[in-house]
Design a binder for this molecule. Structure first.
Ligand code: FPP
Length: 248
């Protein structure tokens, strides 16, 4: 894909030969988007799911290797039952569509998080999506579902401890690479760029381990209003940064 000129894409000049490999997004601001329009919060989530479709398709088009989105956190169960059900309903709808389009889209899908508290139907859908898409190697979309960074680290530590007791791991020797293999994100490179829309300036328990050297991009745009142009602005900002990974 050629370099966009400023005239064609105001605000974003992206070098498509130097894209980040992995972009992660905290899809925030659905509730405020709905409130501003006098709509129920669930309408904001429906609009957010639509934005997710647009952005995921675009990420594949421009050739990103990995997109990870925060769809439902370990803390989001505290929301009213009606809102939780609406988000789960949107996920179900999306997964059914994704399965139907898989042959054409060739997107690989993964889920980060403990899926056991989901309904058997949704769990089965996640498993089926993961299985059918496992042999695709285009853009990999990771949906964080009942995901929390601390929860992920604790789970990883417990499995590692069990492996040590079973003699499968050495308690005196553990590298970062080895420990990464105990996380939901095993096999996926760390995100290069983490985007948080909606004006909030925090990580909210997202990819705590994996974000060690990520670049951050914050914007006031609410997630349902997030666009391809906004993504390009984020990528252009990323490309303007100097990444030193602790070196000089
Ligand atoms: C945060 O906005 C958003 C969520 C907790 C849910 C995100 C879910 C979706 C976008 C829909 C389903 C997802 C997929 C992948 C189909 P918020 O409600 O906290 O917004 P607020 O801070 O303005 O209240």
């Amino acid at each position: 894909m050629p370099l966009f000129r400023k005239k064609e894409q105001p605000g974003a000049e992206v070098d498509f030969t130097k894209l980040p490999r992995h972009v992660a997004i905290i899809m925030d601001g659905n509730g405020r988007w709905a409130k501003k329009r006098g709509l129920p919060r669930t309408a904001g989530h429906a609009a957010g799911a639509e934005t997710f479709r647009t952005i995921a398709t675009y990420c594949k088009e421009i050739g990103l290797d990995y997109l990870t989105v925060y769809a439902f956190s370990t803390e989001n169960w505290k929301r009213p039952q009606e809102e939780v059900s609406a988000i789960m309903g949107l996920l179900k709808k999306y997964l059914l569509e994704a399965i139907g389009r898989m042959e054409r889209d060739k997107v690989k899908m993964e889920f980060f998080g403990d899926l056991s508290p989901l309904t058997p139907e949704l769990r089965e859908l996640c498993e089926r999506t993961r299985e059918i898409s496992s042999h695709y190697d285009g853009c990999q979309v990771n949906i964080c579902l009942n995901y929390g960074g601390r929860d992920e680290l604790l789970r990883g530590a417990m499995v590692y401890a069990r492996d040590c007791l079973d003699g499968k791991a050495d308690p005196n020797h553990l590298t970062e690479e080895q420990f990464s293999g105990y996380l939901f994100s095993r096999g996926v490179p760390d995100p290069d760029l983490i985007i948080r829309p909606s004006g909030e300036l925090r990580l909210s328990n997202f990819l705590l381990w994996q974000s060690a050297y990520a670049e951050f991009y914050f914007t006031d745009v609410l997630w349902p209003d997030f666009s391809k142009e906004e993504l390009l602005r984020a990528i252009a900002a990323y490309q303007g940064r100097s990444r030193r990974f602790g070196g000089v």
